[in-house]
Design a protein around this ligand. Structure first.
Ligand code: ZN
Length: 551
């Protein structure tokens, strides 16, 4: 799983009813700031560099495959747009490629071209046009168990036979030509790389593309530990809005970031110590933390297919297959250079409007990214399995629909607590001013995406709590700052309050805290209003990918 269910209506332009002209398309595209993506390949062996060329080529195959999965008319439309050399044609092609289809994702998926469905089809091209939910359910209910599993599974499309009856068709058959091409490139890369775990993943994934059996290659992906870190295959089901069954093809070709990986190992090694010092009643601390789910920090050379449209993915958790997750767990991959590009193109200009000139000097990508890593690790500490009235239960079960927002706020604030703990004991070099000032600026970025989903809600809660404690201060000129005499104790207090609420499984307290604090108060709204012209996200230009494997 990766994407936030972003409430992007904030960023919608008031589109005229007619299809947009070139100027309008440029305005729409400008909400995504162009960002050059370069990755240092100097740590790669010569053999791995050659393998990388094949992997970039393999990833590009999935762009076409994904276009086909979204809509049956998509590939033909793409070919037609490429032929139109007028300025309007170029603007259409650019915005089509950014969205991987004729619908503008951040404008509620409205069409920006004529002669296409007015909105993206809920079933994409995974089901036959015109099939209803009822028809599918009536048909699949009567199937024998193994066929029903395929029909409702990740890796079969639904088509009609000669008689008009529904039937399930494996991806390996439906997408045979592109998958054969992709598999051949993966095998070539496997033959080139000296890394055993990469070789194993690539060979088993190539086999899966042709056999439609993905289990073994998902397991091999969990074991992947190599300088080239690749994710490629059918994964997320967000494009199947009808049922959420069908996986879309995507690829991320990445290079492992060894420096950040070392930082992660360091944090993981201190996790029990931090748990033992959490600002809560000692009886709520866990004397023996379980193993941390694996996290990889990488730099992205190229993303493709479902991994490259609309708002760009900055981190993902995979696989989604529950059988693999039950046996091997899941892995989180964080795309550092994508975060850096988002930081440069959106957070820096946001800071220009909400921080004073002197505070802006303390805005730091290193602090931003270290806090994101600390956030992820913080999900692994604090109460999870709890006792309520003598009953064994979990925080998630007790807090129900309040859980996600509370847990996201907890991960942010406990992440700050964790870093401060390590700074104070000189276990980690760090700069408090940079940490808290960068955190303050990023609060506006999170809340900007709306308080309808967990991250935005969790951030509004923190922002208001810290303002009420005087740790965040608003100024008459519309800027905000941290009061460094108050921030540490306020962070400690909020960490205490959220962790205690979780330890008690107290849903009523969670609700009242969210009702009171997870809101956009006028002072915050005024600040958000100033940010309207700042880009929503980035449009990556994959410079390194183009250099190693020219298109
Ligand atoms: Zn989180």
């Amino acid at each position: 799983m990766k994407k936030l269910a972003l409430a992007l209506t904030l960023f919608m332009l008031n589109l005229p009813a007619a299809t947009p002209d070139a100027a309008e398309l440029h305005r729409m595209a400008a909400r995504f700031a162009p960002a050059d993506m370069r990755v240092d390949l100097s740590s790669l062996s010569q053999a791995d560099r050659k393998a990388l060329v094949k992997l970039v080529q393999a990833a590009r195959v999935l762009d076409g495959l994904f276009l086909e999965q979204r809509w049956s008319g998509n590939l033909a439309l793409y070919e037609q747009l490429k032929k139109d050399k007028t300025p309007l044609g170029a603007a259409r092609l650019q915005y089509f490629w950014l969205n991987k289809g004729p619908w503008s994702e951040i404008d509620d998926h409205r069409a920006f071209l004529a002669d296409v469905p007015p909105k993206n089809l809920p079933g994409g091209n995974f089901y036959p046009a015109g099939m209803t939910r009822d028809e599918f359910e009536a048909w699949s209910a009567k199937l024998p168990p193994d066929r029903r599993k395929a029909a409702t599974g990740f890796f079969h499309v639904i088509r009609r036979d000669e008689k008009g009856q529904l039937k399930e068709v494996p991806y390996s058959q439906e997408y045979r030509a592109p998958l054969e091409k992709c598999a051949a490139l993966l095998r070539e890369a496997a033959a080139l790389t000296p890394n055993v775990t990469l070789k194993k993943f690539l060979e088993s994934r190539a086999a899966a593309f042709l056999s439609n059996e993905y289990y073994a290659s998902d397991v091999a992906w969990m074991d992947l530990d190599a300088p080239i870190d690749i994710t490629i295959g059918p994964y997320e089901t967000y494009n199947d809005e009808l049922f959420g069954y069908k996986a879309a093809f995507e690829a991320y070709v990445n290079i492992r970031d060894d420096q950040e990986t070392a930082k992660l190992k360091f944090l993981a090694a201190h996790l029990q110590e931090i748990e033992n010092n959490l600002p809560i009643d000692p009886k709520f601390r866990n004397p023996k933390l379980g193993a941390l789910a694996p996290i990889r920090v990488v730099n992205q050379v190229l993303s493709a297919g479902d991994g490259a449209h609309g708002v760009q993915t900055a981190a993902y958790n995979l696989p989604n297959d529950e059988q693999v997750v039950a046996e091997k767990g899941a892995k989180r991959v964080m795309l550092k250079n994508v975060q850096q590009a988002k930081f440069d193109k959106t957070l820096v200009p946001i800071a220009g409007l909400v921080l004073s000139a002197s505070d802006r000097r303390d805005l730091s990508f290193d602090s931003f990214f270290t806090h994101i890593v600390a956030h992820e690790i913080s999900h692994g500490i604090g109460p999870h399995q709890i006792q309520v009235d003598g009953r064994a239960t979990s925080v998630r079960k007790e807090l129900k629909n309040f859980y996600s927002a509370i847990e996201e706020a907890k991960a942010d604030i406990t992440g700050l607590f964790m870093l401060q703990y390590l700074f104070d004991r000189r276990l980690m070099p760090g700069d408090e001013r940079k940490l808290y000032t960068t955190y303050l600026a990023s609060a506006f970025r999170s809340v900007r995406f709306g308080v309808h989903e967990a991250h935005g809600k969790g951030m509004a809660l923190q922002f208001n709590y810290l303002m009420d404690k005087g740790a965040i201060v608003s100024h008459p000129d519309g800027t905000f700052s941290i009061d460094f005499s108050k921030i540490k104790s306020a962070v400690r207090d909020l960490t205490h309050d959220l962790l205690t609420l979780e330890a008690m499984g107290d849903a009523a307290a969670a609700k009242s805290m969210l009702d009171r604090l997870a809101v956009v108060r006028p002072v915050l709204q005024q600040a958000l209003d100033k940010l309207a012209a700042i880009p929503v996200d980035i449009a990556p230009r994959n410079i390194t990918a183009s250099e190693v494997a020219p298109e």
